[in-house]
Write a protein that binds this ligand. Structure first.
Ligand SMILES: C[S@@+](CC[C@H](N)C(=O)[O-])C[C@H]1O[C@@H](n2cnc3c(N)ncnc32)[C@H](O)[C@@H]1O
Length: 212
């Protein structure tokens, strides 16, 4: 019953939020047709949240960790300053034929830089002061990513860490391995005097972290 209500409320939110445009619709459809785990894509509500937050922050430099097919990228990029750049990292080269096509179609192609490889190796080589970072790659590495990206975030900058409630499994008495790590990550953040944060219980949970 609770799940049923949740689904109805989610559908209500989708129906009463600005809809995806034609390009995002096409990307969402291709993602569902051609990838094995389309649920990894942010989807309409989270995509719109990313676009609204990005517009509020109006970043010059955005970092995204975990491109997948680029749905979140194309929402984040909408808040970018006109001379800004969005750098997105993806370990799986098989997905690039989809993401690259949509980046080019979007008109933002020249401002999106995609790097293929392990983000843990790539982040230390980046020489940017980021205003907004979307963390959405392998959950088991969140504690590592956090320490790698915080020095690259400007003061007042925002990290959005996705999936931190892990479909509610974070509350299980006998947590799975990923939940244990995500729980450690959430504790690591709330105990960190370098930041303030709030967890938004939206979709799979987003930890919104602001560097002090
Ligand atoms: C949840 S999906 C990202 C979804 C995307 N941000 C969106 O909302 O549309 C996670 C992605 O992270 C990628 N990934 C996993 N480990 C990674 C790593 N070490 N470095 C870079 N990307 C990684 C996966 O291949 C996958 O495409």
């Amino acid at each position: 019953m609770l799940q049923d209500n949740y689904t109805r409320l989610y559908d209500y939110c989708v129906e009463h939020s600005t809809p995806m445009d034609a390009l995002l619709f096409e990307l969402d459809r291709e993602t569902h047709l051609k990838t094995l785990a389309p649920r990894m894509s942010s989807g309409p509500i989270q995509g719109r949240i990313l676009s609204v937050i990005s517009n509020l922050v109006n970043p010059k430099h955005i970092l995204e960790i975990g491109t997948f097919t680029g749905y979140s990228t194309l929402n984040l990029v909408r808040g970018l300053q006109s001379d800004g750049t969005l750098l997105t990292i993806e370990v799986n080269p098989e997905l690039q034929y989809i993401s690259k096509k949509y980046f080019e179609k979007s008109g933002f192609g020249n401002r999106i830089i995609q790097k293929i490889g392990d983000a843990k190796q790539i982040i230390p080589t980046l020489d940017y002061s980021f205003d907004l970072i979307f963390l959405d790659a392998g959950k088991k590495d969140y504690p590592t990513y956090y320490e790698l990206i915080l020095p690259k975030l400007r003061k007042g900058g925002i990290i959005l860490a996705d999936n931190i409630l892990w479909s509610g499994k974070i509350l299980d008495e006998k947590m799975d391995k990923t939940s244990v790590i995500l729980d450690q990550f959430n504790k690591q953040v709330v105990d960190d005097p370098r930041v303030e944060n709030v967890i938004l219980p939206l979709r799979d949970g987003i930890n919104v972290i602001r560097k002090l």
